[in-house]
Structures are given as C-alpha cells and as structure tokens.
Design a protein around this ligand. Structure first.
Ligand code: UD1
Length: 381
C-alpha cells in the first residue's frame, strides 16, 4: 500500500516522524515522505529530519514562500503531478498549514484513470486515493486565522479524521461529519517527545545560555496577529523587556518574527535587554531541552501549548482563543493578552497556576493507533 505522508512546515515533521517509523515496520505499507518545501531553511526543516531520524524526503516539491494563494496553488499544481505519477492509495496530511489544505484539495479532486482492475481494487474509492487528516477537529472558531480556514477545508474533504481529543470529535459531529469517519487516536506530538525523551534530557542547552533549570522563561512568537502589526509587536517587546528584569528569558526567533522585528527596528531594542537572550530557531531536541527545563513558556504556538500541558509546565498563550481548549481545561495553559501577560507571569512565579492532569490518549502510542486504524480500513494483513 503506497502511503504519502505530507510534510511542509516545522510542526509537521514531529507529526509524521512517529507514523513513518511505525509504518516502516509493516510489510504491507510503503510510506513515502512528500515535503512540499513550505519551510526550507536548515533549522526550520533539515535539522528536524535529522533529529527525528527521518530519511531525506522521497519527493520534494520545492514550493517555498509566497502569499497564501501562491503557496496553496503551487502545492496543488506540483502535488497533482506527483499524485498522477505515483498513484498512492492513501494520502496522510497533518496539522493545519497551507500545504495541509492544498495537498488535501489536490488529492480529493484527483481521479486516476482506471487502466486495470488491480488499480480499482487497490484504491478503495475506485478512482483516487483516500485522504486522512491527522490532528482533525481542532477549532479556534476564529476565521481570521489562516490555520482555521485550512482546518475547515481539510476536515470537510478528508475521508478519515484522526482526532487528538474528545472536543475535536464533538466539533466534527457538530459540523455534520459522519461518525464513521472519525477515529480518536490521541496526540501524535507526544509520540515524538517520548521517542526522543532520553536524548532531550541528556542535553543541557540551557547551560550554554548561562541559565539554570527551572529558573527561566521560554518565549516563542510567530502568529501574524502578534508579529505582523508594528504596534502590537512593539507592545509585546516592551512587555518582554519588563518581564526579563525579574525572570531571564530565552527567545528563539521564527523567520517571520525576525523579519518583522528587523523591519520595525525592534531587534536592537530587544538586544539591549540583558535578561533577554535572542536565538536562532533551534532543532527539535535542543528546543525541547529548553522546554523541559523552563519554569514557564510564553507562546502563540499550537504545539507548545500541548507539550507544556503534557510536561506540567505553565504556559501563557498570547492569543484571544485556542483550537486546543483541552490544554486549558485539563492542562497548564492560560490565554493572555499583552496587557495581562506581566501579572500572569507574576502569579506563576508565586506558584499560582493550574497543575493539570493527564489527557486521555496523549501517551506516546498514537502512531500505533493510527496504523491499526489504517489496517482496519484497508483490511491489511
Ligand atoms: C506556518 C504555518 C503556521 C505554523 C508555522 C510554524 C500557514 C498558514 N502557517 O507559518 O500554521 O504554525 O508555519 O512555523 O501555513 N521563512 C523562512 N524560512 C523558512 C520558512 C519560512 O525564511 O524556512 C519565512 C518565509 O519567507 C515567510 C515567513 O517566514 O516570510 C513565514 O513563512 P510561512 O511558511 O509563510 O508561514 P509561517 O509564519 O512559518
């Protein structure tokens, strides 16, 4: 069974890696990694393949940066050709980036010409691949986020919806998606974390920055709503400087954020602050070592809300909403604004935060459940 795993941007690599390794163990499966090229810098892409022990992508579409329509269109055009060439039986898309939606659109619309019977048997629809979405059902209910549009389109089209938690199942049912298509498998990000836990814990990256375990905050910001507006970005930078006066902060800077800081002459404003260290984006293992040892995270990332919840580390999410409400209800996550961030940090430093409890099926076994789901659907041996 030829299975395409679509990867595009930094958070996708941690989602395909455990699944790739699990599929590799099965005689019936031939997993093929398709990298769309949405992220292309070494430290946004290649370094992750190395850490996660992934082979070089079998197919690289090389689409690069662009506007939303450009990225989506380029992936569709390039991936349609790959689909016709390779005729996979199953296309697995992960997360919510532009490439996730674009690959889903291309795969859902393609119709292989039925030249022989084998092909018809092979492909369950009889004319194209099935599309499966891993991390289905997440909703922020905020359509100003490009990711929300990507989630809605992807889930509306996918044939199989693998969800991380019960709230995701409920969202899909509410949207009229048939229960038969939904399989709750848990959170695949925890599989990557568990797969590499020993290597993560062996590192002492924080020491390279003269930080002490449990005595610094980790910052990551890249959402357009936070970093594209000069006014908002400036206010955030002022707050970070102020927080860094009482808590050392380390801030690996995403390319989008670096561009915006540069354009708005805010880079030197941050550099001038001794408690705040600015870093390049880090590979997975080094970055996770900083997560494991921080006393709190300030972020707008989706994955970090989940990882901190799993590890019991307080997380302040600088957003008005989250598609991962379970990390607030059952985890260590809180939403905050530019205005409230400082007082929230102070509360956490006083030990006032929700400790959270474990979330069902966030256990490092999600890839196994996905493989079982595939073998059930396709009647694999
Ligand atoms: C994308 C995803 C977002 C995800 C994030 C993780 C969409 C809509 N957004 O946002 O959901 O959380 O990835 O990082 O798909 N750039 C580089 N080098 C790279 C990659 C990007 O310099 O390797 C630059 C691009 O030129 C662009 C900017 O960073 O100017 C943003 O990249 P893009 O892929 O468009 O979106 P992200 O903000 O990374």
């Amino acid at each position: 069974m030829l299975i395409h795993l679509i990867a595009a941007a930094r958070p996708n690599f941690m989602k395909i890696a455990p699944l790739y390794h699990e599929l590799e163990r099965e005689d019936w499966a031939e997993p093929v990694i398709v990298h769309t090229g949405q992220h292309y810098d070494l430290n946004m892409s290649g370094a992750f393949f190395e850490d996660l022990r992934l082979p070089a992508p079998h197919l690289h579409l090389g689409i690069g940066s662009g506007t939303h329509a450009e990225q989506t269109g380029k992936v569709m055009i390039a991936y349609e050709k790959a689909l016709m060439d390779q005729r996979p039986d199953l296309v697995i898309v992960v997360g919510d980036v532009n490439s996730t939606m674009a690959a889903t659109l291309a795969a859902s619309k393609i119709s292989y010409s039925l030249r022989n019977e084998k092909q018809a048997i092979h492909s369950r629809k009889g004319h194209g691949p099935l599309v499966a979405h891993l991390e289905a059902g997440l909703r922020s209910f905020d359509r100003s986020m490009p990711e929300e549009i990507n989630r809605l389109v992807t889930d509306g089209l996918a044939d199989i919806l693998w969800t991380p938690s019960s709230d995701a199942d409920e969202n899909l049912i509410r949207e009229g998606i048939l229960q038969d298509k939904i399989v709750r498998v848990g959170n695949i990000m925890m599989d990557s974390l568990e797969m590499l836990r020993e290597r993560i814990q062996k590192e002492a990256v924080y020491k390279e920055y003269n930080l002490k375990s449990g005595e610094y905050g980790l910052v990551t910001l890249h959402r357009p709503a936070n970093v594209d507006s000069p006014k908002t970005l400036k206010s955030i930078c002022q707050k970070l400087r102020s927080i860094a006066e009482r808590l050392p902060l380390v801030f690996p800077i995403h390319p989008r954020t670096r561009k915006s800081l540069g354009k708005n002459r805010l880079m030197s404003f941050l550099h001038d602050c001794t408690g705040l260290q600015l870093l390049k984006p880090l590979n997975y293992i080094r970055f996770m070592n900083l997560v494991f040892n921080c006393c709190l995270a300030i972020t707008d990332s989706g994955g970090i809300q989940e990882e901190t919840t799993y590890l019991g580390i307080p997380c302040l999410t600088m957003r008005p909403n989250t598609e991962r409400p379970i990390t607030i209800q059952q985890g260590t996550n809180q939403l905050c604004t530019v205005e409230s961030i400082e007082s929230r940090v102070d509360e956490i430093l006083l030990g006032r935060f929700n400790r959270g409890s474990g979330i069902e099926l966030w256990d490092g076994q999600t890839a196994k459940r996905v493989v079982r789901s595939i073998s059930d659907i396709f009647n694999c041996p």
